[in-house]
Design a binder for this molecule. Structure first.
Ligand SMILES: C[S@@+](CC[C@H](N)C(=O)[O-])C[C@H]1O[C@@H](n2cnc3c(N)ncnc32)[C@H](O)[C@@H]1O
Length: 256
């Protein structure tokens, strides 16, 4: 290893320099090493390398207090665990939100939050970027959420040890909606939730497996019949599995 002088600014030497107008996720976390994680693989990873989206982590430990860079303290009123301090998270949020645009949501991943759905991901993909706060321990001091008007968003009705996995789920689902990330843009138009329905069943070769043939209509080459079959099976699956989605779809389309 050697150190050489260079005329290039540091930014341009990094694998993904800060690109103007490119959607960016800023993540406040105690575990920056968890990123990009699975986001560095496959289509999201390739898109990250190509600069179609950007990722920046802010190590919360750097904002810690004192020699030991403490980030947490015991809950006021007693009880188990520790709580991330407002006077540690506050400066990290200020740093993350500096130079962001008005279209830049600030989100705390939290089991108390609104559950993620495709409509939320579509809105996030239309923003200029997002700042995500990953909690740990018992969560964060409530005052920081109130002070910065932070939105709380949940991955689902269960409790994980930290917000990092939820953050990666949110970023993955958002990034694939950005222009150019998926090779075939049509696939986001036809998949689950895009028309208010779950997706129809999918098949591929071999034509018969374990005595189970691919439905004959899919082998017919008749595009009209195939589209009808897909719509019909999507409706059946949605009606059986998700009465909530089915009711909304019926209201919207007038389907019986
Ligand atoms: C052990 S949890 C804290 C749970 C909190 N005491 C509660 O009961 O709501 C630690 C962190 O994991 C993250 N987390 C846990 N479950 C989550 C979920 N379902 N969705 C999003 N983030 C979650 C949050 O960032 C949270 O601050």
């Amino acid at each position: 290893m050697s150190i050489r002088p260079s005329l290039k600014p540091r930014e341009l030497m990094s694998p993904t320099p800060d690109l103007h107008g490119v959607w960016k996720a800023k993540i406040i976390t105690l575990f920056p090493g968890a990123f990009p994680g699975v986001l560095g693989e496959s289509l999201t990873g390739k898109a990250l390398q190509q600069g179609l989206w950007q990722l920046e982590t802010l190590d919360l430990r750097q904002y810690g207090i004192g020699k030991h860079r403490n980030v947490d303290d015991t809950p006021a009123g007693g009880g188990a665990g520790m709580v991330l301090r407002a006077d540690v998270l506050g400066p990290a949020i200020e740093a993350a939100m500096a130079y962001t645009t008005p279209r830049w949501p600030l989100i705390y991943l939290s089991p108390r939050g609104r559950r993620m759905d495709q409509a939320m991901m579509r809105d996030l993909a239309r923003a200029d970027g997002v700042t995500l706060i990953c909690g740990r321990f018992e969560g964060v001091d409530e005052r920081v959420l109130q002070h910065y008007g932070v939105q709380e968003v949940s991955l689902g009705d269960f409790v994980m040890t930290g917000g990092e996995i939820a953050a990666q789920a949110l970023i993955d689902a958002t990034v694939r909606l950005l222009p150019g990330v998926l090779g075939n843009q049509a696939s986001t138009e036809e998949e689950s939730f895009s028309a208010g329905l779950l997706e129809h069943p999918q098949y591929t070769r071999p034509a018969e497996w374990q005595g189970r043939p691919i439905p004959e209509v899919l082998m017919s080459g008749h595009h009209g019949r195939i589209a009808d079959w897909r719509r019909q099976t999507a409706e059946e699956i949605t009606r059986a599995r998700r009465p909530d989605l089915w009711a909304a779809y019926r209201d919207e389309t007038g389907t019986e």
